[in-house]
Write a protein that binds this ligand. Structure first.
Ligand code: FE2
Length: 175
């Protein structure tokens, strides 16, 4: 089966602040840039997982078709909606959000499938993908918590809850 775990990238996301009035919310520019770098990785992982889940909704085959087609739709719909909250938090912190496939490919820790996997391999890849988002979001949470950024920490706590639950549901189908 295809492996989804790319080794953690050491590349730094580009986090040039957007122009406009100065921001004075009690988090220094340096700390906001550090949080944005971690949020950008979380956004890239989340987008990559969203696309993989939608891809598998389209292409799954076999006796589990109906169950998996429906479950994947539930998960990609939720994930799609979460992208907006993550990107808009980056904007509220004074930076531009990454929004191109090139940036997501560079920042994401999730390897994409090279072909259409079997239904079982789709489940394994989605377990791995949800766990990868959880690892990235957890690291981002540590950064946000360390600089007293409660809204980001709250958002990431919600993402951790969802992706750990998704991984449990997908894992349960393989038991
Ligand atoms: Fe559909």
């Amino acid at each position: 089966m295809a492996k989804t775990a790319k080794k953690t990238s050491s590349k730094k996301p580009a986090v040039a602040p957007s122009s406009g009035l100065p921001i004075d919310i009690g988090i220094s520019a340096k700390d906001r840039a550090a949080v944005v770098a971690e949020l950008s990785r979380t956004l890239a992982d989340t987008y990559t997982l969203y696309l993989m889940t939608h891809n598998f909704h389209w292409n799954v085959t076999g006796p589990m078709f109906s169950t998996l087609h429906q479950l994947f739709m539930t998960q990609y719909t939720e994930t799609w909606q979460a992208l907006d909250a993550i990107a808009e938090r980056i904007r509220a912190l004074g930076h531009y959000a990454p929004g191109t496939y090139a940036e997501y490919a560079r920042l994401s820790s999730i390897a994409e499938p090279a072909a259409v996997p079997s239904a079982e391999d789709m489940l394994r890849m989605l377990v791995d993908g949800n766990e990868a988002v959880a690892r990235t979001a957890r690291r981002a949470f540590q950064c946000a918590d360390a600089v007293n950024d409660q809204p980001t920490a709250d958002l990431l706590t919600q993402r951790l809850d969802v992706h750990e639950k998704n991984a449990w549901m997908l894992r349960s189908l393989l038991a």
